[in-house]
Write a protein that binds this ligand. Structure first.
Ligand code: PRX
Length: 661
């Protein structure tokens, strides 16, 4: 890792914006970028208020932009009223966008279905009217457990239309994770599908809902709506559960939006923290939508003719801001894809870009790295074999992109002509925080470059003092911004403790380390500073995985750490002490390891399965009993231990844990 960071620091390749790109860009040239930043620096609140008035359609205009009287529980535009769905759909009716394609959906098997803005509006209204007929309305909470689909977007938009707070659960999460979220958010409605289809396989979803109910704690749920994706036979509880088509049958395609305060929660999205259970990140309606939309214009430089494709699932924040809300608010044509990049083979993305004439493509470094591996060994799937001339802009999100992957993406996918926006942000930030603006910012591979105008990002020490450029520190945001997390659902204290520790004097703590380049001031993210791992761009808490492991009857103790991985960024390594004897031969160890991996898959979801499980009679601990995770990280990386281990209770254990069976 240290090596990787050094190579980022000495990276000196610079890619200025191509002239014809810059000429037509929303933010054209660094002068314009600096002017925007200067406006924000001069009048932070006024800057955002102006854009909020210009970008969003208000039912009732706000008179107060920021209320900071109860910091850090900030309120933006809160006496203004609007509706997020009206801002994504109704605003386009009666304009040329009404008959423009909103979504091009491609299924796992390759069938294509498209809807225009008018059709999408009508579908959202019919579904919303169905929800209304069941008695749902403002303030209710709905769990959405759906595959990537037009229906997924319709469900989110319909909730927003009625002021129902949605909480989307990624289809890869287990029944147990689903149950925890239903319970924590107090959902009265679950919207799911019979199955999801990925990589040529059907994977059950509704049975996971049944399992979650069987675990108990879901008594708040009154109705379950089942979208029949494959038509598989699933059990339906009479009176409680109905199909999607039954619900929308005969419903009107007009449903007046419920206007809400800009501060009304639009959604709660669960994400992992360093301790305890996943936290429900609560976002607002107005401030969130503003930043999602503005970043479509500035970061993605969206034009009316663009075809936008963000490959993220709606179960993650990227699928909220850049599938379900941002592109629609901006009136974009976007691609929504049900499947996976490797099916039927590794050319799937390139074929789809060519087929749908995608011009802006936004994906994760882990996908790029996996595709580099696959496409370099099978030339028939190589991006250069396909007509990708429609592309004009590429994006990256979710984890640091290493300069090698950046260069491959730039050369082979972008044909050397497309800027790459490496966008740094988080579930909590709502939208881009540090990112190039493609018509302005000269790019340096491996750097997310400079702050989004109006977001006051800095690198500081533990007490909030700004670090000189060139010296690493912790990433903070010094002023509130409209799309920021409002609270953790049901846990305002945890919100304050996690993000606004007293020693930082009111700065928002992102949880990442960062360093700014000495000359350019460009940011490079050096990784999480807490016990959060980033595996294939998915955030996982080590404690969460440890809790899952120790809940298994075989396990006495467990410690989980990350180690760098060529494809997934980080890989999960679990060190386990069994209640019984430690397996000493490879076959026995493999058998128990598989059992534990499957267990974690059931407890959390397949994405949390440790890549490697090692067994010991004990774990390295200090004399006061604290597990020395630092040492475990060194061991997991296969590096030599150079530090003094004399304070360890049981140094001999290190040799045992080094063995890979
Ligand atoms: O560590 C950072 C990393 O992903 C974390 C946020 O994860 P999540 O809330 O799941 O949201 C992911 C999608 C926005 C951050 O704390 N991260 C995200 N984008 C980047 C990144 N690290 C480096 N460079 C990025 N562009």
């Amino acid at each position: 890792m240290a090596g990787a960071i050094e190579s980022l620091l000495v990276e000196d390749r610079i890619f200025p914006p191509p002239q014809d790109f810059a000429r037509q860009a929303a933010v054209s040239g660094m002068d314009q970028y600096h002017a925007l930043c200067a406006q924000a620096a001069e009048d932070h609140v006024g800057f955002w208020a102006r854009h909020a008035r210009e970008q969003l359609q208000w039912h009732k205009p706000f008179t107060r932009a920021l209320d900071d009287s109860n910091a850090p529980f900030y309120k933006w535009f809160d006496d203004g009223e609007l509706n997020a769905s009206a801002n994504c759909l109704d605003r386009h009716l009666g304009t040329p966008t009404e008959n423009k394609t909103a979504i091009i959906f491609e299924s796992d098997g390759g069938e294509v279905t498209s809807v225009t803005y008018r059709e999408l509006h009508d579908r959202v209204c019919r579904f919303a009217n169905g929800l209304k007929s069941l008695g749902y309305g403002k303030g209710d909470r709905a769990i959405i457990y759906l595959p990537m689909s037009i229906e997924g977007v319709v469900a989110m938009q319909a909730c927003a239309r009625l002021g129902i707070i949605h909480s989307v659960v990624f289809g890869g999460f287990s029944a147990k994770s689903l149950q925890e979220r239903i319970h924590d958010v107090g959902a009265s409605l679950v919207i799911t599908a019979d199955e999801q289809v990925r990589g040529g396989k059907s994977i059950p979803l509704k049975p996971a809902v049944d399992e979650a109910f069987a675990m108990g704690g879901c008594d708040t749920v009154r109705k379950v709506i089942v979208y029949q994706r494959t038509g598989a036979a699933v059990s339906m509880v009479e009176g409680r559960e109905i199909t999607w088509s039954q619900l929308v049958d005969g419903q009107s395609s007009e449903c007046p939006p419920e206007y809400v305060s800009a501060e009304h929660p639009l959604f709660v999205l669960y994400t992992s923290g360093s301790t305890g259970k996943p936290k429900g990140v609560q976002h607002s309606t107005g401030g969130y939508l503003l930043h999602a939309l503005l970043s479509m214009r500035w970061t993605f430089d969206l034009k009316p003719t663009d075809v936008f494709w963000c490959t993220a699932d709606i179960g993650w924040v990227t699928g909220h801001s850049y599938v379900a809300y941002g592109p629609l608010a901006a009136g974009a044509t976007q691609v929504v894809f049900e499947g996976v990049p490797s099916y039927p083979d590794s050319s799937r993305f390139w074929r789809m870009i060519a087929r749908h004439k995608v011009s802006i493509f936004y994906t994760a470094p882990t996908a790029i790295r996996a595709l580099i591996k696959a496409c370099e060994s099978d030339r028939a799937t190589h991006p250069t074999q396909f007509d990708l001339s429609s592309l004009r802009l590429l994006g990256s999100v979710g984890e640091p992109i290493n300069p090698e992957a950046w260069m491959w993406y730039h050369t082979n996918v972008g044909g050397g002509r497309c800027p790459i926006v490496d966008t740094f942000w988080q579930t909590e930030t709502g939208a881009h925080v540090v990112t190039p603006l493609p018509g302005a910012t000269p790019l340096v591979p491996g750097s997310c470059t400079l702050p989004f105008p109006g977001v006051d990002v800095a690198v500081v020490d533990e007490t909030g003092g700004e670090m000189p450029n060139g010296q690493g520190g912790i990433l903070v945001i010094r002023k509130p911004w409209p799309a920021m997390i409002r609270t953790i659902w049901n846990d305002p204290n945890r919100f304050k403790q996690s993000y606004f520790p007293p020693e930082l004097h009111g700065f928002y703590l992102a949880g990442d380390g960062a360093v700014r380049n000495k000359q350019t001031g460009y940011f490079t993210i050096t990784g999480r500073i807490d016990d959060v791992l980033n595996v294939s761009g998915h955030r996982m808490g080590t404690m969460e995985i440890e809790s899952a492991l120790v809940a298994n009857k075989l396990v006495a103790e467990a410690a989980v750490v990350g180690r760098p991985d060529d494809v997934t960024g980080e890989a999960i390594v679990a060190f386990v002490v069994l209640k019984g004897v430690r397996p000493t031969d490879a076959a026995a160890a493999a058998k128990v390891a598989k059992e534990l991996r499957d267990w974690v898959g059931k407890e959390i979801g397949p994405i949390a399965k440790p890549k490697e499980v090692r067994f010991g009679d004990n774990l390295p601990k200090t004399r006061s009993g604290k597990i020395m995770r630092r040492l475990l990280r060194v061991i997991a990386r296969g590096e030599d231990i150079t530090q003094d281990v004399s304070t360890l209770e049981n140094p001999a254990i290190l040799e045992q844990l080094k063995q890979v069976l």
